[in-house]
Design a protein around this ligand. Structure first.
Ligand code: XUL
Ligand code: CO
Length: 439
């Protein structure tokens, strides 16, 4: 068997003190944290597009590293990618992967030929998954790269393009089902607009919902048992993406009676592009019962676009894992590294350093989130902050016993309410977090 990442050993946990760059410091897969092994809590996944296809290309220059793995024939290149992917997952001890249809197999001249190629690679992936004990976290269709989708896929003004997108998604759902995928993602590629001067927004949104309903019904009919996700993003590539953020997507799902069919796949840098924190988006999903999966990455404080960097900010991973634990943990979702090495990090070992840093950052985040919960001071503070809702007038309001008249009588009798207001103690709480993390 050809080795693609020569010189890279099996990456193992060596503990926080190790200086070995090709080792985990915090990710100890079989250690139990918060009732499950770290492997079960974190459910790490490799993103096929960045890791097996991305070559460092940006708007100002071509790729800086090849992902052709020494092959020239298109199908041979994609078969080599598959073998290399499993070697990489094995060496990093990653159990899951995620793909777009076009990441695993190249598009051909006709849809029929493209689908035949997909079938061939799907067979290879199935075999490799079985042999290596790996699973598909989710699949999706790339309905944004090809020029036919320049005005959108499900939201294209052309009904022919809608039909083509449906055909492509049908196949993507079939291969996801054939590979026992635990999820299927809709990220709204070019589903959005550049200017309302040429856009029938109402029709476009109706059509987007139509495509989702058709997909869900078809997938359930062919026996797909996984979860469906929508991945919100506010902008890029279009000026205004329809799936702006979790709240916007929730309103969309409720309008079109799709709320029981979908959960959210929340991406850290998409949250910040929407001017939210990552934690905010996770919390909105959790409190509405639609938390599903995560695309793990981070943006840059000074750059306003989707940089897809590997996550290393431990405050963010800690607050993320706190939300995940509060949501009861992942069920079918997981942590997919929708992240790429920087253009200048062009050596094969950089991919390993990147995954190790991201996996360790989340492993540390899980450890810290668990400490915060076990410490209890934060939860106790929030509990006591809302104590007025447990009895008296608060309990009356919650139970529905209070009316506008009874509330007025209460307020008149009470006089000033300033004395019942407590400090929010933000700085004190921020210091508690540091105390728990570093104390
Ligand atoms: C784009 C993005 C996608 C989705 C899958 O910003 O995040 O890669 O995760 O289509
Ligand atoms: Co993503």
């Amino acid at each position: 068997m050809q080795e693609f990442f020569k010189g890279i050993p099996q990456i193992r946990y060596e503990g926080a003190k190790t200086t070995n760059p090709l080792a985990f410091r915090f990710y100890n897969p079989d250690e139990v944290i918060a009732g499950k092994t770290m492997r079960e809590q974190l459910r790490f996944a490799m993103s096929y597009w960045h890791t097996m296809c991305g070559d460092g290309m940006d708007m100002f220059g071509r790729g800086t590293y090849s992902k052709d793995f020494g092959k020239t024939d298109p199908m041979e290149i994609y078969k080599a990618k598959a073998y290399a992917a499993f070697e990489l997952m094995n060496k990093l001890d990653i159990d899951y992967f995620c793909f777009h249809d076009r990441d695993i197999s190249p598009e051909a001249e006709t849809l029929a030929e493209t689908n035949a190629r997909l079938d061939e690679i799907t067979d290879l992936l199935r075999e490799l998954m079985k042999k290596n004990g790996k699973n598909l976290l989710w699949g999706t269709a790339n309905c944004f790269n090809n020029p036919r989708y320049m005005h959108g896929a499900g939201t294209s003004p052309s009904a022919d393009v809608f039909a083509f997108a449906a055909a492509q998604i049908k196949k993507a759902v079939e291969i996801t089902t054939a590979l026992n995928g635990e999820g299927y993602v809709f990220w709204g590629g070019r589903e959005g607009y550049e200017t309302l001067l040429n856009t029938d927004m109402a029709l476009e949104l109706d059509n987007m919902a139509r495509l989702m309903r058709l997909t869900v019904d078809y997938a359930r009919n062919i026996g797909f048992k996984g979860d469906f996700y929508i991945e919100p993003k506010p902008k890029e590539p279009t000026k205004h993406q329809y799936d702006f953020d979790v709240s916007t997507v929730l309103a969309f799902l409720r309008k079109y009676n799709l709320e029981r069919d979908f959960k959210m796949n929340i991406e850290a840098n998409h949250a910040t592009l929407a001017q939210h924190t990552f934690q905010h988006e996770l919390a909105v999903a959790r409190i509405n019962g639609v938390f599903g999966s995560i695309d793990a990455n981070q943006g840059d404080l000074l750059i306003g676009w989707d940089t897809d960097q590997f996550p290393t900010n431990v405050y963010d991973t800690t607050l993320c894992m706190l939300e995940v634990l509060k949501a009861g943990g992942f069920t079918k979702g997981g942590l997919n590294f929708d992240a790429k090495t920087r253009r200048g990090s062009f050596k094969p070992e950089d991919i390993f350093y990147s995954y190790i840093s991201g996996m360790d950052a989340f492993a540390l985040g899980l450890r810290m989130a668990n400490r915060i919960i076990e410490d209890g001071r934060l939860d106790a503070f929030v509990e006591s902050r809302y104590a007025s809702w447990k009895s008296g007038i608060g309990a009356d309001i919650i139970s529905g016993r209070a009316s506008m008249q009874s509330l007025e009588s209460y307020a008149l009798a009470k006089g000033d309410v300033m004395e019942s207001i407590e400090s929010g103690r933000q700085e004190y709480l921020e210091n508690i977090i540091n105390n728990i993390m570093f104390g």
